[in-house]
Design a protein around this ligand. Structure first.
Ligand code: PRT
Ligand code: ZN
Length: 298
């Protein structure tokens, strides 16, 4: 893969759980991709960004070997690669920003009959996992001697076929564990997708990354924020301002033909739920409108 002319190169998952949200994030950042997502490579047409579609396990190596400058990958994959590879370029990969999707946990899970009291219960037991590095670290940190059996998939069947006593695997809803007669006994890592960067990103590319980061942060803020508009009796303005969730400086506007009321507009940085609206109404607010925010930049 040839070097580029000052374009930022990002590695994202080719297919799987992170693909859609990774592409959606770029889209929300205003980045339009030129080719269809099932190819290995595509260019953005309106931002100096090239996208490489690869298996998630390969993303840290793509970034550390400088084929890509940045990547979107689960922390579980990043840390496992960092623990299982001696390569100093992998160690120097930096986590730039948690992205809030792909959330899951890496957990020990055991058959219901297994009596789990603490990590010591794993002593002399066998553990099937696709994450030998993370499991080894957990065992070492807790002074536990156990046998790790590495499997690349279908880890959850190992206890049922008497291959191992327990497993350590990714869990989100827990449905897969339950189907296989297993229960989660210990979480060893909470994970989500993160934006990573090569440890020695060139100074020429850093401004492009900074620009992308600003956009991603704007998308994240907009997602968690709402624009709220309401009418308030003059004497209730302070009360109402007090219950607007996470609103720093609401705008107070006069309403034509009304001297007894004002309109309040505010950006709320926390969730605005039905009970928030009920609370506002109880304080005297009326005509309450809550709107999504598409983009934000301070
Ligand atoms: O082909 P490639 O190697 O790129 O993909 P992959 O098959 O290795 O990964 P993929 O697409 O399954 O997951 C990509 C990333 O999504 C993982 O590395 C995690 O960071 C994240 N993620 C989030 C998950 C889950 N949630 C998850 N639930 N990865 C896997 N699972 C598995 C889980 O282990 C179980 O087997 O999904 C199954 C369903 O989980 P439950 O608990 O909802 O039943
Ligand atoms: Zn994978």
């Amino acid at each position: 893969m040839s070097n580029d002319q000052g374009r930022l190169r990002i590695a994202v998952q080719k297919s799987g759980r992170l693909l859609e949200e990774s592409i959606e994030l770029l889209r929300l950042c205003g980045i339009q991709l030129l080719k269809s997502k099932d190819q290995l490579f595509c260019k953005a047409e309106n931002f100096p960004l090239d996208v490489y579609f690869v298996r998630d396990d390969d993303i840290p190596a793509f970034v550390s070997s400088n084929v890509c400058d940045i990547g979107i990958v689960g922390q579980n994959v990043l840390y496992e690669e960092q623990l299982s590879q001696q390569n100093s370029d992998i160690q120097s990969i930096e986590e730039v920003l948690p992205l809030g999707f792909g959330k899951c946990r890496l957990s020990m899970a055991a058959p219901y009959s297994f009596e789990y009291k603490s990590s010591q219960s794993l002593d002399k037991q066998s553990i099937a996992t696709s994450y030998p590095g993370l499991v080894r670290k957990f065992l070492d940190d807790n002074n536990v001697q156990a046998k790790i059996i590495e499997m690349s998939g279908s880890v959850e069947i190992a206890p049922r076929i008497q291959m191992t006593d327990v497993i350590c695997d990714l869990v989100s809803t827990g449905g897969t564990l339950a189907t296989n007669g297993l229960t989660e006994v210990e979480t060893i890592l909470e994970s989500q997708a993160v934006l990573i960067k090569n440890g020695s990103l060139s100074s020429e590319k850093q401004p492009l990354l900074d620009q992308l980061l600003l956009r991603i942060q704007g998308v994240q803020e907009a997602k968690s924020s709402k624009y709220i508009m309401l009418h308030a009796p003059n004497e209730k303005v302070d009360d109402i301002k007090g219950v607007l969730p996470g609103a720093e400086s609401p705008t107070i506007l006069s309403i034509q033909g009304r001297n007894d009321m004002v309109a309040i507009h505010a950006v709320c940085n926390e969730g605005v739920f039905w009970d928030t609206m009920e609370n506002l109404k109880a304080k005297g607010a009326s005509s309450i409108l809550v709107l999504p925010i598409e983009k934000m930049m301070e």
